[in-house]
Design a protein around this ligand. Structure first.
Ligand code: CAP
Ligand code: MG
Length: 410
């Protein structure tokens, strides 16, 4: 079997290695079918195959049976994909190879792509983040303190008109937020047209910057048709950041935007990831999507929060973080973003897990503060200050009323 070469010595410089969890009756036979279907083969021998196409075959070089489950054998397999299979600088093309048809093969009822390893020769064809952590910090002038950035999502997530969106944004910045973003399901609806919103919120940003003396950032959600035009509109109106629902829009779109050279920070929301990542015996893991997001040029990526409202164990969140920040042949690291059910009381724990190079976002945890958005943002900032000064929140809240009220509520 050409598609199974257990124990083969792999020259890792020339292959993309994919780790899969599979459940199937016959591990080696069907893992070979997986390698075949995801590279240059199909269910039967082909008369059209040429001698030269055989060098493009992927093959299984490692297989370990784990346990029996529901009448099948579970296994960890590793598949080597020759780099020549892949188009330069194309995340979609990687995905259609290593997580395409193979997730739906009858002979392998469960398949999960849980890790990938890509060598320098292929990594270097991708642009990666234009700003990365350092670039974002330089823009925001937070280099000296090195503190976590505080962000918010305007809430209610949909429904506010552009004037009220701008007011909530202004109050968030004025109270202490660095970053304001649209929610994942706010794009260009009639109740809040994109262009009107961008103009009004960027006006509010200018006002907040001049009144606070701090740099502020707004990420309008450009997801939808005409994304390039929307990004251009933001640029033309002085914006420095855009947001994309990466998986909803698709990596082609993210890469197209990155390739345009807008020189704007790209914030990546991962809405819909759970359709692929949540069921642990099938799909694609979030660490894989995190790495691909970094390759595609995302500067700030949602990686989960551990302590908040959304699913995601600590180990997985840390793996996501590692994929976006670890050394990758000189590619810039992407700023990990924690979001979902967060509030000031959770910041010490998040920083303990994530370190200071992280963006901590709260929607409800700011706009649900008993005294409103300004105080809610101030409470978040006080919580970060307390952590940076090494003081417990309880202690700090004795002299900081906004934080005290937040701790009392949540
Ligand atoms: C947070 C959020 C984010 C989620 C997404 C929301 O709001 O705006 O979209 O964090 O999850 O709508 O839930 P709250 P993740 O602060 O009000 O919870 O970052 O894990 O993809
Ligand atoms: Mg949201």
């Amino acid at each position: 079997m050409d598609f199974v070469k257990i124990g083969e010595d792999i020259d890792k410089d020339n292959y993309l290695i994919a780790d899969f969890y599979i459940e199937t009756e016959d591990i080696l036979k069907n893992a070979g079918e997986l390698a075949k279907e995801s590279s240059n083969g199909t269910w039967t021998l082909l008369k059209t195959a040429k001698g030269y196409t055989s060098s493009l075959s992927a093959f299984v070089f490692y297989a370990k049976e784990l346990y029996e489950i529901e009448g099948n054998k579970a296994a960890h397999i590793k598949v080597a994909y020759p780099l020549e299979l892949f188009e330069d600088n194309s995340v979609p093309q990687i995905l259609s190879d290593i997580s395409g048809n193979i997730l739906g093969m009858k002979i392998i009822p469960k398949v999960r792509l849980f890790d990938i390893e890509i060598p320098y020769r292929y990594i270097k064809t991708f642009k990666g983040p234009e700003f990365g952590i350092e670039g974002v910090r330089k823009y925001m002038k937070t280099y000296t303190t090195g503190r976590p950035h505080i962000g918010t999502i305007v809430k209610p997530k949909v429904g506010l008109n552009p004037e009220d969106t701008a007011t909530v944004s202004y109050e968030s910045w004025y109270g202490g937020c660095d970053f304001v973003k649209d929610d994942e399901n706010l794009t260009n609806q009639r109740f809040c047209p994109f262009e009107d919103r961008v103009i009004k919120v960027l006006d509010a940003l200018d006002r907040a910057e001049s009144e606070t003396g701090e740099k502020k950032l707004y990420a309008p959600n450009i997801t939808g048709v005409n994304m390039t035009e929307r990004a251009q509109f933001v640029k033309d109106h002085g914006g420095a950041c855009i947001m994309v629902d990466i998986l909803v829009a698709g990596f082609s779109k993210v890469q197209e935007i990155r390739n345009q050279g807008f020189k704007m920070i790209i914030h990546g929301h991962r809405a819909m990831h759970a359709a692929m990542t949540r069921y642990e015996r099938h799909g694609i893991s979030m660490p894989v999507l995190s790495l691909l997001s970094r390759l595609s040029g995302i500067d700030q990526l949602h990686v989960g929060s551990v302590v908040g409202k959304m699913e995601g164990e600590l180990a997985e969140v840390l793996k996501n973080k590692e994929k976006v920040v670890s050394d990758l042949f000189g590619m810039k690291p992407c700023f990990p973003t924690n979001s979902g059910g967060l509030h000031p009381g959770l910041i010490p724990e998040i920083v303990q897990f994530m370190g200071n190079d992280t963006i901590i976002q709260a929607g409800g945890g700011i706009h649900g503060h008993p005294d409103g958005t300004v105080k809610g943002a101030t409470a978040m900032r006080q919580s970060v200050d307390a952590v940076m000064e090494g003081v417990s929140l309880q202690e700090y809240s004795k002299t900081h009323e906004e934080l005290r009220k937040a701790l009392e509520k949540w």
